[in-house]
Structures are given as structure tokens and as C-alpha cells.
Design a protein around this ligand. Structure first.
Ligand code: HEC
Length: 173
């Protein structure tokens, strides 16, 4: 083979490899990047996101909380509060308002440690400015959607802590 042909083939191969590299890194975001995705504000899209695409049970707990920590009314006697990685980062940095795409998930258990329901807060900038731009979701233990969207009951109670970005668990600042 002539020298120029070898060089030509090598160049084509390198270009091919670079193209593949770009493609695969676009298709497979890292775990951190996946957390930046924004599901649509519907119960089914959020449920799909937190259970299949980004299983929330792998997420960190709300800082300072333990598994089955004693809970307050109306969320059951024992709670597990998970936060998405971008939420944890903001809480650690004490940035105040949590970022677009932040998700907090609370599993509500009875005193006998039976799962009663799961409640979710999902921040979507511009979604509901008078309600802190939170999308609310309540799901049953077998993952049926019980309540979703701009749920009056959730908003009215959490409004008490609107100065803390509508979060009860702990100071966000
Ligand atoms: C009567 C008041 C009240 C209502 C109604 C209520 N919550 Fe809460 N919520 C709380 C309190 C208090 C906490 C803190 C629980 C704890 O950690 O002890 C909390 C915590 C949470 C958290 C964890 C983040 C945080 O604020 O600490 C989520 C998520 C949540 N609630 C979702 C919901 C959803 C979804 C609804 C509606 C289906 C709802 N809540 C209705 C009082 C309420």
C-alpha cells in the first residue's frame, strides 16, 4: 500500500471514531446530567422519571435526616425523605431557592413501618409562580397517582413555609 493511502485510511478511521464518541456521549448522559432533565409536569411523566429513568431510591436523603425518621402530621409517623442530586448540591451550598428540576420525595410510613403513600415536590420554573413553581404529586404504595399538579391541599399547608422555598424539613439557606 502506498504511504498516502495508509495516511488517508488512518484519517478516515480517526474521524469515524471521533464521530462515534460524540454520538455516544450525547446519548448517554452521566448520572449528574440525567438529574438536569425536566420531566413534563404530569403525574405519569414525573412518576416515570423518578421510578424508571432515575430510580429515586438510589438518591441521597435530605441532609440530616435518617431512614424512617419520626414524621409530623399529615405525612405519617415515619418518613424517608429523598432528594435529587441537584437538590442535595443546592442544600449543601445553601443557595436558598432550589434549582429548576429539583425533586424532593417523601415516603410516608405508618408506625408499623407500612408504606402509606409517597409525596413528591418537583420544581419547574414558571409552572406556578403563586405556588412557588412546585408541581405536587401523591402516589399510592402500588404507584397509582392519587393527586397531581397544583394540588390545593399541599399548597395551602406548605404555604406556611414559603419563605423557606415551601420546604418544611430544614432551612434551605
Ligand atoms: C397539613 C400540612 C401539610 C399538607 C396538607 C401537606 N404537607 Fe407536605 N409536609 C408537611 C410537613 C410538616 C412536612 C415536614 C415533615 C417532616 O419531615 O417532619 C412536609 C414535608 C413534605 C415533603 C418533603 C420536603 C419538605 O417540605 O420538607 C414533601 C415532598 C411533601 N411534604 C409533599 C407534599 C405533597 C405532595 C402534599 C399534597 C399531596 C403535601 N405535602 C401536603 C406538611 C404538609
Amino acid at each position: 500500500m502506498k504511504k498516502w493511502m495508509v495516511l488517508f485510511l488512518a484519517a478516515i478511521l480517526t474521524m469515524g471514531q471521533l464521530a462515534c464518541k460524540n454520538e455516544s456521549s450525547e446519548n448517554l448522559p452521566s448520572a449528574g446530567e440525567a438529574a438536569l432533565d425536566r420531566p413534563e409536569p404530569t403525574g405519569s411523566a414525573v412518576l416515570e422519571f423518578i421510578s424508571k429513568r432515575d430510580d429515586y431510591r438510589q438518591w441521597p436523603l435530605y441532609p440530616g435526616k435518617i431512614v424512617l425518621s419520626p414524621g409530623r402530621h399529615p405525612h405519617g409517623s415515619l418518613l424517608i425523605t429523598y432528594v435529587s442530586p441537584n437538590t442535595l448540591k443546592a442544600l449543601r451550598n445553601r443557595t436558598g431557592r432550589l434549582p429548576d428540576g429539583a425533586i424532593l420525595i417523601k415516603e410516608n410510613y405508618s408506625r408499623q413501618k407500612k408504606l402509606l403513600s409517597t409525596t413528591v415536590m418537583y420544581r419547574l420554573e414558571g409552572y406556578n409562580p403563586t405556588g412557588g413553581d412546585w408541581f405536587w404529586l401523591k402516589i399510592s404504595p402500588n404507584r397509582l397517582i392519587l393527586e397531581e399538579g397544583k394540588v390545593k391541599e399541599c399548597i395551602e399547608c406548605h404555604r406556611a413555609v414559603q419563605n423557606n422555598d415551601w420546604i418544611f424539613s430544614d432551612s434551605v439557606e
